[in-house]
Write a protein of this length. Sequence first.
Length: 231
Amino acid sequence: MHVKLGERLQAIADMVPVGVTMADIGTDHAYLPIYLISHSVVAHAIAGDIHQGPYLLAKNAVTAAQLEEFISVRRGNGLEVVRPGEAETVVIAGMGGLNIIDILRSRPEVIATLKRLILQPMIGASAVRMWLQTNGWQIISEQLIQEYGKLYQIIAAEPGESQPLEPILYEIGPLLWQSRHPLLLLHIEELIVHLRGVLATMAGSAEAVHSAKYREFTDKLKDLEDKRTCL
């Protein structure tokens, strides 16, 4: 079975170290594990999904690819499908940031044995970066991918201490900023548009306008606009 990945999944695949056992949490069709095994990137893979439909799709795809010996398809919630020490790399992609953090928090005994996390939050990337920084993980790589007109942030981290970031860089991504990623301007402009929308909604309520959250968002908007002028 030949699997061709879209740009988002390909960028994730490119961050997976060669020769490891990886676990793909929320695997859906198991495209990523099938690709990584069939291209001899990883030695073994675990494909996990909580939902019966995606679990069966993944199982059927792995069987069709004749890779049952190399890919273990499991149904379960988050990292419950992985035993401590069973995988070196975990991928959690296509979920909200807070959901990703819940998954990471739920199995500290598994997290403690990992060598790399590859995370692709759909929203809430700043919370994910903050969690990594405060829980002994160092961001080693970041990527921005535009697919079908949508921007995706991908974050790879390894165990290690890191210094607290300038607050706005949790939103933007420290390595995206440092490397002046080609899509950085578009990324910052999307963040600005989103924040302006939030503030415009809040402006309809006098209570909201006088809240600490409104001040926080106003400051964040100013910081984003200041960063944009630096590009």
